[in-house]
Structure formats: C-alpha cells, structure tokens
Design a binder for this molecule. Structure first.
Ligand code: AMP
Length: 293
C-alpha cells in the first residue's frame, strides 16, 4: 500500500495504474476507520482492480468548530486497517493541499470556487446543518478530479449524502459510477460510526433506542401500517423512552427525491437524527410495504 499526501503524486501514480488497464475504485472517508468503511473497500474491490481511499477530515462540511475539533483523528491505526483491507493507495492530504486559498465558508465563500449542492441537500441534514452538503459536494468534486475514479463507493449510513452525490454526478456530468454499500451495524444494532468512539457507556445505551425504533417502524410497515404520521409518532415515542436522546428529526421520505410522503405506497425511507449528549447520531432504514398489503 502506498500512502501519499500530495495531489501531484496521486495523479502520477494513478496515471500509470490506468495505463496498465486497471479500473480505479475510490472510497472517500474522514478516517477513524471501522468495519463500515472496510465494507466499502470490499465493494470497490469487486468492481475495480485498484482501490484508492482518501482520509481527510473536511473542515468545509462541519458547521460546528467544536465538532470539527473533537472529530477523532488516528492516521497511524487507520493506515494499518487500510493495509489489512488491501487498499492500494491512501491519499491523506493536509488542509492546505486541498484548500490552498483557505476553506470556503461564510464571508470567505467568495474567494475560491466551490460546489453548491442541489435541492436534495436542502431538507433533513441540510436543514439542521446549513452548508454541510456544499462542503461535501465541494470536497468530493475535488477528490473526483484528483483520483478520476471509474467507481466511487458511499455508505447508505449517510443516506441523504448518497442522494446528494448521485445528483452531483448527474448534474455536473462526472464520469464516475456511484455504488452504495449497506449500513454495517454492531451485533446489538447500533450503526457503526466514527462518532461512536466518543459515546460514554450510558450514551451508547441510549443510542441503542435509535436502531430499535427504526426496526419497530420497519416491522409495522411490513405488517401493514402505511400512515407516516403514525409511524413517526411511534418512532418519537420510542426515542423519548430512552430518557437520554434529544431528537433532531424523524422523517419518512421518498427514497429518491427525499420529499416527505404521507402514505407509504410501496416503499419509503425513514431517517432519524438525534443527540446522545453532545454527539449527533444519524441512522435510517428502508420501509417496504408487504406484497399485496
Ligand atoms: P465518514 O468517514 O464518516 O465520512 O464515512 C465515509 C464513508 O463510509 C461514507 O460513505 C459513509 O456513508 C460510510 N459509512 C460510515 N459508516 C458506515 C456504516 N456503519 N456502514 C456502511 N458505511 C458506512
């Protein structure tokens, strides 16, 4: 495995990889790697002969400087995990390499070009974290232009992000195929997340109410419930029963447009964001109406 910090070096290595006829797969991450990230590496390896992972905590997608400062950084152990998963190249740039004119935000937004995310970025995470998805689409566009992957792999854990990236690729004609991997969970159901490292034992206990309430809703739909309002109410009740979660949103939306749906015709996506202490957790599940229901 080769680890590189500069754009020029990455381009040089990947030019010769492409010249050898290999397809390039790409897995963008912010590090603090866990089995969710590594499952995306496996998916990349099924579709490409050479897999690149980026590890970069992107300041432009954080709207809280406290959250950015507290985000776990552990490059040495990440590199061991990436090598163990047979990643071919890790790109771990410093902030200046990707944002030589500084990070576009607020007043400095006009100083450098950046990519504004489309309308799928507006509800849910976009409403709670203004500017977050502009940070995501900007850094992903830069990384796509550096790596020029044939396929790029994203996790359904960040469901809205997948939809925003799909829209980015369509709207800006990026020559890349977007693949998605299912959510990897702990045996007790908690979705793996780099942020879980910061949960106390008590907060982690409260956090378990998130996957449990999603599962409850999934079962209700499979058993015939189609009213979103009823389902959202049940999920909120369950989350509140934890006694330690603060709900940001619970929403049932169209699986592609992310617009709210009142009645589940066929399928829909249920998304939750909630705080355990000061740690913001997100999770989601596909709701599928039973056949003939
Ligand atoms: P992050 O490092 O949190 O930016 O995540 C990098 C990629 O890993 C994103 O595409 C995430 O959606 C994905 N990812 C994070 N957690 C999981 C998980 N539990 N299961 C599957 N993919 C995940």
């Amino acid at each position: 495995m080769v680890t590189l910090e500069t754009i020029d070096e990455v381009r040089e290595v990947l030019d010769s990889v492409r010249a050898s006829g290999k397809r390039v797969g790409f897995v963008p991450t912010m590090g603090a790697l866990h089995d969710g990230h590594l499952s995306l590496v496996k998916l990349s390896q099924l579709h490409a002969g050479y897999t690149v992972m980026s590890i970069f905590v992107n300041p432009m997608q954080f709207n809280s400087s406290v959250d950015l400062a507290k985000y776990p950084r552990m490059l040495a152990s990440d590199l061991e995990k990436a090598a163990g998963a047979r990643v071919d190249l890790v790109f771990a740039p410093g902030e200046n390499e990707l944002y030589p004119r500084g990070v576009p935000s607020g007043a400095t937004a006009a100083s450098s070009a950046f990519v504004r995310a489309g309308d799928r970025s507006l509800p849910l995470e976009g409403a709670s974290r203004p500017g977050h998805f502009d940070g995501v689409t900007t850094v992903v566009s830069k990384l796509f232009n550096i790596v020029r992957p044939d396929v790029a792999v994203f996790g359904e854990k960040d469901y809205q992000q997948v939809k925003v990236i799909e829209q980015l690729v369509q709207d800006l004609c990026f020559p890349v195929r977007v693949l998605t991997g299912p959510i990897v969970r702990e045996p007790d159901g908690l979705a793996l997340s780099s942020r879980n490292l910061r949960l106390s034992a008590e907060e982690r206990y409260h956090a378990l109410y998130i996957p449990r309430s999603l599962e409850k809703a999934r079962e209700m739909v499979a058993a015939g419930e189609t009213r979103s309002a009823r389902l959202v109410e049940t999920v909120c009740d369950n989350l509140e029963r934890s006694g330690g979660l603060r709900i940001d949103y619970v929403a049932i939306v169209n699986v592609d447009s992310l617009l709210p749906v009142e009645t589940i015709e066929d399928e829909a996506q249920l998304l939750v964001a909630a705080y355990a202490g000061d740690i913001r957790l997100i999770d989601n599940v596909r709701l599928v109406r039973r056949a003939g229901g």
